[in-house]
Design a protein around this ligand. Structure first.
Ligand SMILES: C[S@@+](CC[C@H](N)C(=O)[O-])C[C@H]1O[C@@H](n2cnc3c(N)ncnc32)[C@H](O)[C@@H]1O
Length: 216
C-alpha cells in the first residue's frame, strides 16, 4: 500500500510486532545474547537486534573485508559485522571508555572473533589516524560521540574504497537534528557530506541510520 506518511513505521510497528520480527529475523545465539546484555554500570545504548542484523547484511552485500567502527560499547554491533567477514577479514573498533573496551574484548572472545576484531582504546579522533595504514576500507560504521560525526564522516570518506559503505547511527540525534548547537551542526554536516559524496539514504530506524555508498 502506498503511504506518503513518514510516520508509517510509527503507526504500524507495535512493541509486539517489533518483538516478533526481531525474533524471526534477528534472533540471538549465546554470544549475541551475552553482548546485548550490557552489564550494570554501562549504558544499554547498543543498536537494536534488527539494526545489528542489518549491519551484518550490509557487510555481506558489500563483500566487506576491512571494516572500521567508532564506538564499540561492549561489542554487540562489532560481533554482528565481523560475522559477515571472510576469515582473512578484519574489523578495527574504537572505544573511549576502558570498562566498555574490557567487556567488549570478553564478549568478542566468547563469540570466537578475537582474531577478527581489534578493540582500540582511545578517542576516535586520536585513534583513527593510526588506522589509515590498513585502508582503504570496505565499510565504516560511526556510532560514538555525536559532536565529531562530521570529522568521522570526513575520515571515512577519505579512507573508503569507491563503492564502500559509510554508516552512521543516531542520525536523527534523538530528535535534535534540526536544532542549534555543536551536536546538531556536526550531525547535519555529516548528513550533507554523505549526501554529496555518496548515493545515500537515512533509514527511518528509531533514531535514523544513514547509509551511503561512496561514489567513484
Ligand atoms: C552508542 S555506543 C556504541 C554502541 C555499539 N556500536 C553497539 O551498537 O553495540 C557509543 C560508544 O561510543 C563510545 N565513545 C564516546 N565517545 C567516544 C570517542 N570520542 N571515541 C570513541 N568512542 C567513544 C562510548 O563510550 C560508547 O561506548
Amino acid at each position: 500500500m502506498a503511504d506518503s506518511s513518514s510516520r508509517a513505521g510509527e503507526r504500524y510497528a507495535s512493541p509486539e510486532i517489533l518483538d516478533y520480527v526481531n525474533r524471526v529475523h534477528a534472533g540471538h545465539d549465546g554470544a549475541l545474547a551475552q553482548a546485548f546484555a550490557v552489564p550494570e554500570g554501562i549504558p544499554a545504548i547498543q543498536v537494536g537486534p534488527s539494526e545489528g542484523r542489518l549491519l551484518y547484511l550490509l557487510m555481506r552485500l558489500a563483500n566487506a573485508r576491512k571494516v572500521v567502527e567508532v564506538g564499540t560499547l561492549v561489542g554487540y554491533s562489532a560481533i554482528h559485522m565481523a560475522r559477515a567477514l571472510p576469515p582473512q577479514g578484519h574489523l578495527w573498533s574504537v572505544e573511549f571508555e576502558p570498562k566498555h573496551a574490557e567487556v567488549a574484548r570478553k564478549n568478542i572472545a566468547t563469540a570466537g572473533l578475537a582474531d577478527r576484531i581489534t578493540v582500540h582504546l582511545g578517542a576516535g579522533r586520536d585513534v583513527l589516524p593510526g588506522l589509515d595504514k590498513h585502508g582503504p576500507f570496505d565499510a565504516v560504521f560511526i556510532d560514538a560521540d555525536k559532536e565529531n560525526y562530521d570529522h568521522y564522516g570526513a575520515w571515512a570518506l577519505a579512507h573508503l574504497r569507491p563503492g564502500g559503505l559509510v554508516i552512521g547511527d543516531n542520525a536523527y540525534l534523538f530528535g535534535e537534528l534540526t536544532g542549534d548547537g555543536p551536536r546538531p551542526r556536526a550531525m547535519r554536516a555529516f548528513h550533507e557530506l554523505v549526501a554529496k559524496t555518496c548515493d545515500s539514504v537515512c533509514i527511518p530506524t528509531p533514531d535514523g541510520l544513514v547509509v551511503g555508498i561512496k561514489n567513484p
